[in-house]
Design a protein around this ligand. Structure first.
Ligand SMILES: [Zn+2]
Length: 260
């Protein structure tokens, strides 16, 4: 079992803290800044073992230096294919690599998901075989957000489509911890794309309520994203009809991307 907590940073970033049930080791994901994170880790008496970086953008990496000063032995992990160097990176990850940790939570696996950047990776934890009903956890960086996905800055829309397909194929109960709180604007867009989708309309109402109460919308649940996130709905009859692209999932995704 893993525990996931977070601190917020900047306007809408989430920085995640992963811990296990049996010891005080911790992993942080995409530390764009460090002060509130160091406060959190210190207060909880956690020892930082690893930093998971999904991609090279500053709002995901600027906290590394101070964390490294405070915990000099920390493992700083990122993909091998980023065009920009990650500060102090000392572990280089590829598709399907397994990460063993001292957290006693079992391994995490790595998926390479180019599109937002060329070397973007995501980190996936799933339960042991005997507890299949336990939901998996995905740390998705800027690949996927609530009802939207990351901007395609370095890759092609075709690469992004393939990357999102990998995520869509995970078990439906997977919890997705994305790096930004963009769910409301995603749903506003989604409701314009599919005005007759009742699930989108209902999720928009729920999300407005959460925002008014300053509640987070994470973790996302994959099953819900598949019903309400246009960027995972390339095979839905309503979208394919809208774009007049029968049984052509890629074309549907490309046409959706042209809308913005
Ligand atoms: Zn980014």
């Amino acid at each position: 079992m893993i525990n996931v907590n977070y601190v917020r940073a900047f306007q809408d970033n989430y920085i995640y803290i992963i811990t296990g049930p049996f010891n005080n080791y911790a992993i942080v994901v995409d530390p764009g800044e460090s002060s509130s994170l160091i406060d959190y880790l210190t207060q909880k008496q956690l020892q930082l073992w690893g930093i998971f970086i999904t991609h090279h953008h500053h709002d995901h990496t600027d906290g590394i230096q101070k964390l490294k000063q405070r915990w000099p032995e920390v493992k700083i992990m990122a993909g091998t294919k980023e065009k920009v160097k990650i500060p102090y990176q000392n572990v280089f990850l590829n598709e399907n690599d397994l990460i063993e940790t001292p957290l006693q939570i079992g391994p995490l696996s790595v998926l390479h998901v180019p599109g937002h950047t060329l070397g973007h990776i995501v980190y996936y934890w799933h339960a042991e075989a005997e507890e299949q009903k336990t939901a998996g956890h995905l740390f998705s960086g800027d690949l996927l957000f609530g009802a939207s996905c990351g901007n395609i800055f370095e890759g092609t829309p075709e690469q992004m489509f393939t990357s999102l397909q990998k995520i869509r194929n995970l078990p439906p109960n997977t919890k997705i911890w994305c790096a930004h709180e963009y769910t409301l604007e995603g749903l506003v867009f989604a409701s314009k794309v599919e005005p007759n989708n009742l699930q989108i309309a209902n999720r928009l109402i729920e999300t407005k309520k959460k925002y008014s109460e300053q509640e987070p919308t994470i973790p996302l649940i994959l099953e819900i994203e598949r019903e309400t996130n246009p960027y995972l709905r390339w095979d839905s009859p309503s979208l394919q009809k809208k774009f007049n692209v029968k049984e052509n999932d890629l074309e549907c995704f490309l046409r959706l991307n042209e809308l913005e």
